[in-house]
Design a protein around this ligand. Structure first.
Ligand SMILES: Cc1cc2nc3c(=O)[nH]c(=O)nc-3n(C[C@H](O)[C@H](O)[C@H](O)COP(=O)(O)O)c2cc1C
Length: 198
């Protein structure tokens, strides 16, 4: 199976989740591409904010996503921090370039999972995943949720839910539950992408 993990992360939290999802897919035997979408922030905004500067530095070796990373993959995880309960302009900008793939049905039947980060417990974890996922409906992709398939979804006091992996509070490190739900999505995407291929 070939899995792409495509994400945007301004201050690093969603990047941490993306890495864990990639790890889960690799554990399940998949070949993985971890890719960040291009930033849209003006350079002066990045330069004026230490947290953003550190995150840019940490991600500098992650290749920038192209449409080929979508057509190459059997399954794709898409991640973005929340912005008022929806995805960032950065991820939306990338998804809005997939019109030619949509016209040719090139993503139809591929597995799709979604993940996010939010500063607050009730600040939009589910709504961000749900609004991101309309993309997959239009492309005819097969949405892969995490369900309650891990004790971490039942017991988490941080991020991670049945809709997909999430991070709460922009912490320097993921909680154990957030990590477990991230691994779960990577594994499920690889497993279900494999079944769809066969
Ligand atoms: C413009 C803007 C809007 C945001 N909206 C929300 C929100 O609606 N709810 C929330 O909990 N956090 C919100 N946040 C916080 C981020 O989504 C959150 O800190 C995120 O986890 C950071 O992810 P990152 O470290 O990968 O950039 C917002 C942040 C910004 C800059």
């Amino acid at each position: 199976m070939k899995i792409s993990v495509i994400y945007y992360s301004m201050t690093g939290s969603v990047y941490h989740l993306a890495q864990v999802i990639a790890e889960g897919a690799e554990q399940a035997g998949a070949e993985v591409r971890l890719r960040r979408v291009p930033d849209l922030l003006p350079l002066e905004v990045i330069r004026a904010n230490d947290a953003i500067k550190q995150a840019v530095e940490a991600q500098k070796n992650v290749p920038v996503a192209t449409l080929d990373d979508l057509t190459w993959a059997d399954g794709i995880a898409f991640g973005s921090p929340t912005r008022y309960g929806n995805m960032t302009a950065q991820l939306k900008n990338f998804l809005d370039q997939t019109g030619p793939l949509w016209a040719q049905g090139q993503l139809a039947g591929k597995a799709a999972g979604f993940f996010t980060g939010a500063a607050t417990m009730h600040g939009g974890h589910e709504s961000t995943i749900l609004t991101m996922s309309t993309f997959a409906f239009h492309h005819g992709m097969v949405i892969v949720p995490t369900g309650y398939l891990s004790p971490s979804v039942h017991g988490t006091q941080t991020g991670g839910g049945p809709y997909g992996p999430t991070e709460l509070g922009s912490k320097p490190e993921l909680s154990d539950d957030e990590r477990a739900v991230g691994i779960l999505l990577g594994q499920r995407l690889a497993l279900i992408a494999g079944k769809l291929q066969s």
